[in-house]
Design a protein around this ligand. Structure first.
Ligand code: C5P
Length: 233
């Protein structure tokens, strides 16, 4: 099955029935699915297996952050689950990221391995309180560079950070961006959004989209029209 889609649909639901009601309206070669901490904690690996058995690529968004040995074990479990992408916190450090990379390399099924740099919910005061110096943007750049040096495939970042990161990191380094809103749609609680075409033009590799798709009357229509808008760039 070939999947050229740029869109990762965020499955942010509190129960399986609602999530599957959406999934059953989607085609596996038209998008990918993101399963985060809420759904995974409620429904467990069986839910992920249900999605992979329907041929969907799954981004397991659990943001592992622990000692290297523990994160490596969690990554091995993600490989066994057959997910397409998995992530860790870059602030876990080089040895932790390298241990994750090595573990994935041992597997016959190798998901993409990406890192979270600075959570976009943190502002300058927040990061200083934790002990970081400088601006969030400087720390995002430093942690993205460390992620690249540690052999990972990319980072999750705000679409506003893409242009700078794309200009200073390898062309094939994945930049996965949430905070995406099609032109004219509601911003919800996202503050600094970009349209899908703007984000791809700036250098995003994949777009994480939740509510513009999950709340749509016709989710497939939003996927198809969004990809068509991107193809016009
Ligand atoms: O509904 P919406 O498109 O805003 O969903 C975006 C998804 O991306 C959610 O799952 C949210 O948790 C996630 N996310 C985000 N901003 C970040 C990191 C992740 O919106 N900085």
């Amino acid at each position: 099955m070939s999947n050229n889609s740029h869109i990762i649909v965020a499955l942010d639901y509190a129960d399986e029935k609602s999530a599957l009601a959406l999934v059953n309206q989607l085609e596996p070669d038209s998008c990918r699915l993101k399963v985060g901490k809420e759904m995974f904690t409620r429904l467990g690996p069986q839910f992920v297996e249900k999605l992979t058995s329907k041929d969907f690529d799954v981004f397991l968004d659990l943001k592992f952050h622990d000692i290297p040995n523990t994160v490596a074990g969690a990554c091995a479990a993600a490989c066994d689950l057959g997910v397409w992408m998995v992530n860790v916190h870059a602030s876990g450090g080089r040895r932790m990221m390298e241990a994750a990379r090595e573990e994935i390399e041992k597997s016959s099924h190798k998901p993409s391995l990406i890192a979270v740099t600075i959570l976009t919910s943190l502002d300058t005061d927040d990061i200083h309180e934790i002990g970081y110096q400088g601006s969030p943007a400087e720390n995002v750049y430093n942690l993205a560079s460390l992620t690249n040096q540690s052999g990972l495939d990319g980072v999750v970042c705000s679409p506003k950070e893409v242009e700078h990161l794309r200009s200073s990191l390898p062309n094939d380094f994945l930049l996965v961006t949430p905070g995406i809103r099609p032109a004219g749609s509601m911003a919800d609680d996202q503050r600094r959004t970009m349209t899908p075409a703007e984000a791809i033009k700036a250098g995003s590799s994949y777009l994480v989209m939740g509510r513009p798709i999950t709340q749509a009357d016709d989710p497939m229509e939003v996927l198809v029209s969004t990809e068509a808008g991107i193809a016009e760039i």
